[in-house]
Design a protein around this ligand. Structure first.
Ligand SMILES: [Zn+2]
Length: 551
């Protein structure tokens, strides 16, 4: 007889033989018993959890000579044909290799032919999520109007890749991973039926590595049997490439005992004997977790928590590491490192550090001594609030004209950057009877209209009132609307030197600024420079003159 893999040989042939997925078996058996058959079923869940097995049992239940029945006989011609895969009425298709539209079109042709010697034609399409969108569309047409004799059973490990249009036409069953007890039950059953001498710990190790799938569990058992006649925890560990429990416990001890040398030796030895270091790391995390949970209340958990966190990160990193040893060695070294305060530097190092600090301190002192004269006036200008020289409209007008840039700066420092941006296109004309008149060029209509919005105008007025020292409203006009009455006897703004409005020398009385600008030597055109003007508009601030050493 041809060799048959264990999981094929021991595939359950009745619903009663199935381990796990009890809720699904129950529901399907009920619908078979009551003859309520859907045209499409969708089985989703992790690999090796019984989707294909249960699909075949369902097919048997439908096509058994005594069917539809919840307990197919397993003896009639159709039951036996389904069991050995020779039935003409049960067609298994691998979605991964028949994913194109041609295959599905062919399927649609076939679907029309009636079953032979049985009531149903059952199509089991595995990995259905692999179908192309065109194939899904073709399939959908069949699902919309299925012939009465056809039942589809779709299986997938990737439910979210199945289109909603297909999902909505299927009865859905979600398969769960098998738990440890269920895997052990299956393994023991097969081991005893095969006459395998297996100890409990060996089987438990296999169950632990099967990731909830019976097929993987039986494949691992089979690998162990090829390797050795009797299954023990050691043979299982060898086949799986995992470290024996003793190694895991010792590593945990070395880690918590901060024995870096022993940890590194162990890592190298395990690596040399071909153990899976990623699995080893996970096992150590498991061991640490187990030990931590057994701590008495009040015992310190910190070192456990730190080790668990670091090693979990380490296991993740190992997946992408060229050499899995390196992340584990680094983690081990970090975890076994002595706390910082215990580390001591040689005294000569400390002395040289002290010397360096002294030098740096001296340099810092020298530096701040040089800086002082330049810094002082700036500090003063920020703290000394300037005020108009008198309380009349004339003084206020002159003050506002001379200190317009300072006002814009005051807006910015109150976080009214937008107001400042709108107003920087305007120029003060006059302060008259509690109103400050601001003029804008015609082409700056947007800026004028924006600052006239109550929200902005009120904020600008509030800051302006504070700036001048009296309550003021703001009126905005265009250049060509400025009348002689508005300016009165004051200096005509257009006569002002371009750009001079905001340029004041620090600590000078406001009225002196114009003179200062005019007095500036011709070889120092900083404030007139276009770039400087643009920078002033954007950032605000002042142009400050720093005298040369020769002056
Ligand atoms: Zn039968």
């Amino acid at each position: 007889m041809a060799y048959l893999a264990l999981y094929r040989k021991w595939r359950p042939q009745t619903f009663a033989d199935v381990i796990g997925q009890a809720h699904i078996c129950q529901a399907l058996q009920n619908s078979l018993k009551q003859g309520r058959i859907s045209h499409a079923y969708l089985f989703s869940g992790p690999r090796g959890t019984g989707k294909t097995t249960i699909a075949r049992l369902m097919a048997k239940g439908l096509d058994c000579a005594h069917g539809p029945t919840d307990s197919p006989c397993g003896e009639c011609q159709e039951c036996r044909a389904i069991a050995n895969g020779s039935s003409l009425n049960v067609i298994e298709i691998d979605g991964a290799s028949n994913r194109g539209i041609e295959e599905i079109r062919e399927l649609r042709e076939q679907v029309r032919f009636a079953p032979v010697g049985a009531p149903y034609k059952v199509y089991i399409i595995d990995e259905v999520h692999m179908l192309t969108p065109e194939a899904f569309n073709a399939l959908l047409k069949t699902l919309e109007e299925p012939p009465a004799h056809v039942v589809f059973i779709f299986a997938t490990t990737d439910l979210h890749k199945v289109p909603a249009t297909i999902l909505s036409r299927c009865q859905r069953y979600d398969f769960k991973r098998l738990n440890h007890a269920q895997l052990m039950e299956g393994l023991k059953k097969v081991a005893s039926a095969e006459g395998i001498a297996a100890d409990e710990a060996g089987l438990a190790m296999i169950a632990k590595h099967a990731e909830g799938g019976m097929r993987d569990a039986l494949s691992l058992l089979e690998q162990c049997m090829i390797y050795s006649e009797a299954l023990t925890v050691e043979t299982a560990a060898d086949v799986l490439g995992v470290a024996p429990a003793e190694e895991i416990r010792r590593f945990t001890e070395n880690l918590l005992g901060k024995d870096d040398k022993a940890c590194l030796e162990q890592i190298n030895r395990l690596y040399g004997s071909g153990r899976d270091l990623m699995q080893f790391t996970r096992d150590v995390v498991d061991e640490l977790r187990g030990q931590m949970l057994q701590l008495e209340p009040g015992q310190r958990q910190e070192s456990f928590l730190e080790a668990i966190r670091k090693l979990s990160d380490c296991a993740r990193e190992m997946r992408y590491a060229v050499d899995a040893r390196i992340p584990l060695e680094l983690a081990a070294l970090e975890l076994t490192a002595k706390p910082k305060q215990e580390q001591s530097l040689p005294s000569e190092d400390i002395n040289s550090l002290k010397e360096k600090i002294r030098t740096l301190e001296q340099q810092l002192r020298n530096l701040s001594a040089k800086e002082t004269p330049r810094e002082e006036p700036q500090r003063e200008s920020a703290s000394v609030r300037k005020r108009p020289s008198g309380a009349g409209d004339q003084e206020r007008t002159q003050f506002l004209i001379d200190n317009w840039e300072d006002y814009l700066q005051a807006l910015r420092s109150e976080r009214l950057v937008q107001c400042a941006a709108f107003l920087c296109e305007g120029r003060p004309v006059a302060v008259q009877a509690g109103t400050a008149v601001i003029r804008f060029p015609r082409e700056r209509g947007f800026h004028k209209a924006s600052i006239e919005q109550p929200k902005h105008r009120e904020a600008a007025e509030r800051v302006l009132s504070k700036f001048i020292g009296t309550n003021l409203e703001m009126e905005c006009v265009f250049d060509d609307e400025v009348s002689p009455e508005m300016t009165g006897s004051h200096q005509q703004p257009e006569k002002r030197e371009k750009g001079s409005a905001g340029i004041t020398q620090v600590n000078e009385p406001p009225n002196a600024s114009k003179t200062a600008a005019q007095n500036r030597p011709q070889n120092e055109p900083a404030a007139e420079n276009e770039t400087v003007q643009a920078a002033l508009k954007i950032f605000g601030g002042k142009v400050v003159r720093i005298p040369d050493a020769s002056e």
